[in-house]
Ligand binder design. Structure first.
Ligand SMILES: [Zn+2]
Ligand SMILES: [Zn+2]
Length: 191
C-alpha cells in the first residue's frame, strides 16, 4: 500500500536529516522495507553509519593499559602478541607496535628504524627505558663492544663499506657490516 503524501513528506524530511530506515520505522510506524523502497525512490543514499566507539584514551594511555611492570624494571605486554611478530595493539583503528610507542614515551620522538628492547629480556620487554631505535641501539652496542674488547679496529668491511656508517653490532657487541648483512639477507630471500 502506498504511503500517504503527508507520510512521504515526513519520510523525505527524516531521510534528509540523515535518519536510518529503522529510525523511520520508529518515527512513522512503517516497516523497514517500505522505508528502504522509498529511500531509493526519493533518491536518498544509505544513511550514514554511526561513528564507531572511539576510545577516549590517548595513544599513550591505551599503551599503559597493556604494559605491566615486572621485576628488574622490565615491562610485560598483556596485549596482543602475534606469533613471530612484536607485541602490538590497536588505537582508533590503527595498529601500533608496543615498542614503537614505548620509544615515543621515553624520547618524545618517532623512532629511526625498528625498535628493540636492549635489556636482558629482549624477547618480551616493552619498558620505555629499555627500548632503542636503530641509531641508539648501534651506539649502545658500540659502547659494549669497547667494554668487552670485541670492537674492530678496521675502518671498512671486506667489501669496502665505511665502518662509521655501515657498522652494526649484535646483542653481545660483536661488530658486523650492516649493509653486507642486509645484502646477504636480500639474496637469501630472493633465492
Ligand atoms: Zn627490559
Ligand atoms: Zn660491508
Amino acid at each position: 500500500m502506498p504511503l500517504s503524501p503527508a507520510t512521504v513528506d515526513r519520510l523525505a524530511a527524516l531521510f534528509a536529516a540523515g535518519a536510518t530506515n529503522k529510525a523511520a520505522r520508529r518515527e512513522l510506524g512503517i516497516d523497514v522495507n517500505t522505508a528502504a523502497r522509498y529511500r531509493a525512490k526519493l533518491g536518498y543514499g544509505a544513511a550514514p553509519q554511526p561513528a564507531p566507539n572511539r576510545s577516549p584514551l590517548t595513544l599513550e594511555e591505551k599503551w599503559r593499559t597493556f604494559a605491566r611492570p615486572v621485576e628488574g624494571g622490565h615491562m610485560e605486554w598483556t596485549g596482543r602478541r602475534p606469533a613471530g611478530r612484536p607485541p602490538v595493539f590497536t588505537h582508533h583503528g590503527r595498529e601500533y607496535t608496543a615498542r614503537t610507542v614505548a620509544f615515543r614515551i621515553a624520547t618524545g620522538r618517532a623512532p629511526d628504524g625498528y625498535v628493540t628492547a636492549e635489556c636482558d629480556a629482549p624477547e618480551w620487554c616493552v619498558a620505555p627505558e629499555h627500548v632503542a631505535d636503530e641509531p641508539t641501539r648501534t651506539q649502545l652496542r658500540a659502547a659494549l663492544a669497547i667494554v668487552t674488547g670485541v670492537e674492530s679496529p678496521l675502518t671498512e668491511c671486506t667489501r669496502g663499506h665505511d665502518a662509521a656508517t655501515h657498522r652494526r653490532y649484535d646483542r653481545d657487541g660483536r661488530p658486523y657490516c650492516g649493509t653486507c648483512h642486509a645484502l646477504t639477507h636480500a639474496r637469501t630471500a630472493a633465492a
